[in-house]
Ligand binder design. Structure first.
Ligand code: GUN
Ligand code: ZN
Length: 445
């Protein structure tokens, strides 16, 4: 019996920052991988053959289309119980008062397992097929996150958070413990031999980690070829603190560069206040940025100059950054990124606004590139794995208003109207099915 499935109907995929390919056609998927993409007329020719070979054919209806799965390049799984709390305080105060005390609880593995199960299901329900997660300081607690991700078949990078500098909550380890536990964590994730899940090395930020720890973490990342994730230049108070405590460095980026963590398998969240020289350094090193517009606004960190970051040649993906961010949805992250960039343009920064096409790219192919996964996911191409969403814009009780698609004269116009509506108005109700490596994974909450 053939294991091949054929999806036929309207398909939308980014090909570059500004280009989207929208067409009526088909995609065939075998063992989780895309092995053929074609037009509707090719599909009609092959239809009988596919049927007689017992292939599973999924025929999309009007109002439905397929798009690549959404990529969340930065979120904090343990912070979900705090969504919407304490957002009237600036970053460092908010971390001390709300975030660290909550994250400390994740050494309780039962508590961790219960929260993480809900987090992973919530993200899948919102169409996030790939997530790059910060766990907590707890090794065992973060292994629970790995278990939840594996159980629900989400594609993910998961990091045990590293911190060795003092904070009032007493939420840090000694350097020795950190180095030992991070290596144990990496080995345990690799031993699970799950092709969807990878460990990520996760120095929290230069306020919580010193050069000795970060240099050692960089060696572990190199030894196991892991992605490194951290935060950079989010808030002015944070930057001032980092520069005061690292007087030998001229910039925040230089602190990380001295610790050898800036490379082409490194993703930094925020980058709100980088100088042009710092952007050039990150670009030279191949570092990617997770743009977290919701969090930057809620914590009053600043308006991130996304267009300038893109123009400096840095790969960018989107992050929800819960619970600095107040939404777990990458559809929401697209809108927040458009809003912030539009505000910068309204304030006089020429060409700052990003379009819905660019937002779509950042949420899919851009995110995949930023996480070094673009050889596998992010767009529909033969040889890539089938991480996809089946969208339905006609959802009773859903947020998308009625639109008369018959006014659009070409199939591309119909597709563009539907995709725009999804990006500006859509939510989880419009995400009818979620596929990861060819397997349907959307659960009801
Ligand atoms: N910087 C260091 N840790 C954090 C965190 O948990 N959230 C945000 N938004 N910024 C950080
Ligand atoms: Zn963060």
């Amino acid at each position: 019996m053939a294991s091949e499935t054929i999806y036929s109907g309207l398909i939308a995929t980014s090909t570059s920052l500004t280009q989207i390919n929208i067409f009526n056609g088909f995609i065939t998927v075998e063992d989780g991988k895309i092995n053929r993409i074609g037009t509707t007329s090719e599909f009609h020719k092959l239809h009988q053959l596919y049927r007689s070979n017992g292939y599973n054919i999924v025929q999309l209806r009007p109002g439905q289309f397929l798009m690549p799965g959404l990529v969340d390049c930065h979120t904090h799984a343990p912070q979900f119980p705090n969504i919407g709390l304490g957002l009237d305080r600036p970053l460092l105060e908010w971390l001390d008062k709300y975030t660290f005390p909550l994250e400390k609880k994740y050494s309780d593995t039962q508590f961790a397992a219960a929260v993480y199960d809900k987090v992973v299901r919530r993200l899948l329900n919102n169409g996030t097929t790939t997530a790059c997660y910060f766990g907590s300081l707890s090794l065992q607690g973060t292994l629970e996150l790995v278990q939840s991700v594996i159980a629900h078949r989400q594609r993910a990078l998961v990091g045990k958070v590293s911190m060795n500098l003092h904070n009032d909550a007493g939420y840090y380890n000694t350097t020795e413990t950190e180095i030992k536990e991070v290596e144990i964590f990496v080995r345990k994730v690799l031993e699970a031999k799950n092709d969807l899940v990878q460990p990520a090395i996760t120095p929290r930020f230069a306020v919580s980690c010193d050069e000795e720890l970060m240099t050692n973490l960089s060696k572990i990342a190199q030894k196991y070829d892991c992605l490194i994730q951290s935060h950079i230049s989010e808030n002015k108070g944070e930057i001032q603190y980092v520069l005061e405590t690292n007087p030998d460095s001229q910039s925040y980026s230089e602190v990380y560069d001295k610790s050898n963590i800036l490379n082409n398998k490194c993703i930094m969240a925020h980058a709100v206040h980088l100088s042009s020289q710092e952007m050039a350094l990150l670009s030279r090193r191949g570092v990617s940025v997770a743009h977290c517009a919701a969090s930057n606004t809620r914590l009053m960190s600043g308006l991130c100059p996304l267009r300038r970051i893109l123009a400096s040649g840095i790969n960018v993906g989107l992050g929800t950054d819960v619970s600095g961010g107040d939404s777990a949805s990458i559809l929401d992250a697209m809108r927040r990124a458009m809003d912030v960039s539009q505000h910068l343009q309204l304030q006089g920064e020429a060409d700052a606004a990003i379009s819905w096409r660019e937002a779509f790219y950042l949420a899919t192919l851009g995110g995949a590139k930023a996480l070094s996964l673009a050889d596998k996911i992010g767009s529909f191409e033969v040889g890539k794995e089938f991480d996809a969403l089946l969208i339905n814009v006609y959802k009773d009780g859903g947020p998308i208003d009625c639109h008369d698609y018959s006014v659009d004269t070409t199939e591309t116009e119909v597709g563009e109207s539907m995709l725009q509506k999804l990006i500006y108005l859509g939510d989880d109700r419009n995400i009818e099915k979620v596929y990861i490596k060819g397997v349907e994974v959307k659960h009801s909450l």
